[in-house]
Write a protein that binds this ligand. Structure first.
Ligand code: FAD
Length: 483
C-alpha cells in the first residue's frame, strides 16, 4: 500500500481506495473522449473529510479533483495521478421546506432524489436538466440548464447558499451576501475554486398539468422570431426546439460526387403549466405564431412532463462528442445555417440530436457562466455519439464550429466537449478572464483543484497587481460582490 493511501486512511473517516478496479471506474466520464486515472479514490463521509483530504493534497503537492456522477463530457471531473473525491458518498437531504420554498442537501445528492421528495409536496426546483442521475454539486458547478432557463436562469442562479472547501482546506459557508466572492465563483466554476459540500436551493410551486404544443417550421427566420416573442414576453412555461433533416433527393453536380439535398425542419415544443387537463389557453397564443404546421398537443401531469426525455445509448467503442454554443440572437440564424450545412459532412446527421434552446440574459447572472452580450441568447446544441475511430476528425470540426461561434460573439457552454487553448479561454471569458485567474490564485493558491481542465495565464506579480485592482472593482460593481 502506498504511503498516500495509508496516510489518507488514517485521517479520513470515509472510504479510501487504491484498488485498480475502483480507479478504473472513475477514469472516464460520459463523453468517453478523455481518460485519466487517479492514484487514490476518497469517498468522504462528511465535509470535514473533504477539508482534510484537500489539506493533505496541499501538503503533499498532489492534485485533487471532485467527481460526482461523471456525466460531463470532456474530462472536467477526472484526475491524473492525484486524489479523486467521489462526491456521491455525500448524498443526504438535510432540510426540506415546501412552505418556505427551499431545501438544503449534500452536494452528491442526485436531482432524482430531490424530485422524488418535491413532487408529493407540490413544489419543484425551478429548473431541471434533462437528466436526473446527475448531482446537485455537478450541475451547480456547470450551470444546469432546462427548458425554462429563459425564465429562471440556470440551476446555479437558483442557489441560495453553499458550503465550500477552498483549495487551502478551509470550510466556508457562502451566500450572495456572505463570502459572496467565493459564492459567485464556485457556482459554474467546475471545481476550480472550491469543492461544494452542501447546497441550499430554491423551490417553486407547480401547476398539476402541462399542455405542450409541437409546432413545425420550415423557415429558420420564422422559428427564431417566434422564439424571441415567446421568451422575451414570457408567454410560455417551457420551450425547446429540435431540428430534423429530410433528404429530398440527390445532386450529382457537386465536386465530391453525389450529395444529398437536405431540407431542415424545425420543431418547436412550447409548454404551458395549467390547473386542469381540459384548461385550454392556446387559441390566442398559437394564432400569434408563424409555424408551418401544428403537429400535436400533448397533455401530461406535471410529474410526467418533467421526466427526462430519452436515454442516451453509449455503445462500447463510442464517444459522445457534444457541442453547445451560446449565440447572440442577432447572429443565430447565420451561425445555425452555417452549422447545418457543415454537419452532414462529418457526422451521421440522420441520428444525431440537434436543436436549440433560449436564455434571457436578464435572468442569468453568473460571472463564471459567460454569455453573449444581448438580451436574448440562442443556444445551439448537437449531441453525436460516434465511433472512437472518427474522434479526431469530428473534434477538428467541432473546434471550427467553436471558433466560428467566438467570431460571431458567441460563448461555449463548458459542460460539453471543450478543448480550449489559452487564446480560446481568453475569448470565452473576455474582460472577465483576469478576474478568473485572480480568483484561482486566491482560492487555490497551489493550483491543486481539478487541474488540467482550465488553462491559466502565467503572469508575474507586478503585472497582475495593477490589472486585478481595476478588474476587481468593475466586476464587483457589476455583480454586487463585496470586496
Ligand atoms: C445524457 C445527458 C443529459 C444532459 N442534459 C443536460 C441538460 O439538460 N442541461 C444541462 O445543463 N446539462 C445537461 N447535461 C450535462 C450535465 O448536467 C453536466 O455534465 C453536469 O455537470 C453533470 O453532473 P455530474 O453530477 O455528473 O458531475 P461530474 O460530471 O462528475 O462533474 C462535473 C463538474 O462539476 C465538478 N463537480 C462535481 N461535483 C462537485 C462538487 N461537489 N464541488 C465542486 N465541483 C464539483 C467536477 O469537478 C466537474 O468539473 C447532460 C449530460 C448528459 C450526459
Amino acid at each position: 500500500m502506498s504511503s498516500i493511501i495509508s496516510d489518507l486512511k488514517h485521517i479520513i473517516g470515509g472510504e479510501v481506495s487504491g484498488i485498480e478496479e475502483d480507479l478504473i471506474a472513475v477514469s472516464q466520464d460520459f463523453g468517453g473522449v478523455i481518460q485519466k486515472q487517479p492514484q487514490v479514490v476518497v469517498r468522504p463521509q462528511n465535509s470535514i473529510d473533504v477539508a482534510k483530504a484537500v489539506k493533505y493534497a496541499a501538503e503533499q503537492e498532489l492534485t485533487i479533483s471532485s467527481r460526482a456522477a461523471g456525466h460531463s463530457l470532456n474530462g472536467q471531473s477526472l484526475n491524473q495521478g492525484g486524489i479523486l473525491l467521489d462526491m456521491r458518498s455525500l448524498n443526504q437531504v438535510h432540510e426540506f421546506h415546501s412552505d418556505r420554498l427551499w431545501f438544503k442537501a449534500d452536494a452528491g445528492t442526485t436531482w432524482q432524489k430531490v424530485v422524488d421528495i418535491s413532487i408529493p409536496q407540490g413544489v419543484i426546483p425551478p429548473v431541471l436538466t434533462n437528466n436526473f442521475e446527475v448531482t446537485l454539486g455537478g450541475t451547480h458547478s456547470a450551470g444546469g440548464l432546462g427548458q425554462n432557463s429563459f425564465r429562471y436562469g440556470s440551476q446555479a442562479d437558483n442557489c441560495l447558499g453553499l458550503e465550500v472547501v477552498t483549495g487551502t482546506g478551509d470550510l466556508v459557508w457562502c451566500t450572495p451576501e456572505q463570502n459572496s466572492e467565493l459564492f459567485y465563483h464556485v457556482l459554474c466554476g467546475y471545481g476550480q475554486f472550491g469543492i461544494i459540500t452542501q447546497i441550499q436551493h430554491r423551490l417553486r410551486q407547480y401547476r398539476p398539468f402541462t399542455r405542450t404544443y409541437f409546432l413545425c417550421y420550415d423557415d429558420l427566420d420564422l422559428l427564431l422570431n417566434d422564439e424571441r416573442l415567446l421568451v422575451l414576453e414570457d408567454r410560455v412555461d417551457g420551450l425547446l426546439s429540435l431540428f430534423s433533416p429530410c433528404v429530398l433527393g440527390f445532386s450529382r453536380t457537386g465536386e465530391n460526387g453525389i450529395q444529398p439535398l437536405i431540407q431542415w425542419f424545425y420543431r418547436m415544443q412550447i409548454t404551458l403549466e395549467v390547473d386542469s387537463a381540459n384548461e385550454t389557453k392556446e387559441e390566442k397564443l398559437l394564432s400569434s405564431l408563424n409555424f408551418y404546421r401544428h403537429i400535436h398537443t400533448e397533455v401530461l401531469t406535471f410529474d410526467k412532463f418533467i421526466l427526462p426525455v430519452a436515454q442516451v445509448p453509449h455503445p462500447v467503442g463510442t464517444a459522445n462528442a457534444w457541442l453547445d454554443v451560446l449565440l447572440p440572437e442577432s447572429v443565430a440564424k447565420q451561425y445555425i445555417e452555417t452549422a447545418l450545412k457543415i454537419i452532414p459532412s462529418f457526422i451521421n446527421f440522420r441520428n444525431t440530436p440537434i436543436g436549440s434552446f433560449c436564455m434571457a440574459s436578464r435572468n442569468t447572472k453568473m460571472p463564471m457562466f459567460p454569455l453573449p452580450e444581448e438580451e436574448l441568447i440562442v443556444g445551439f446544441g448537437m449531441y453525436p455519439t460516434i465511433p472512437k475511430t472518427q474522434l479526431s476528425s469530428v473534434l477538428e470540426q467541432l473546434n471550427i464550429l467553436t471558433d466560428l461561434g467566438f467570431k460571431m460573439g458567441g460563448k461555449r457552454y463548458m459542460v460539453s466537449w471543450i478543448e480550449f487553448d489559452l487564446p480560446q479561454w481568453r475569448l470565452q471569458f473576455g474582460d472577465y478572464w483576469p478576474k478568473v485567474n485572480e480568483m484561482k490564485r486566491k482560492y487555490d493558491p497551489q493550483g491543486i483543484l481539478n487541474s488540467g481542465f482550465f488553462q491559466y495565464e502565467q503572469v508575474t506579480h507586478s503585472q497582475t497587481d495593477k490589472q486585478e485592482t481595476q478588474i476587481t472593482k468593475a466586476v464587483a460593481a457589476e455583480y454586487r460582490i463585496a470586496i
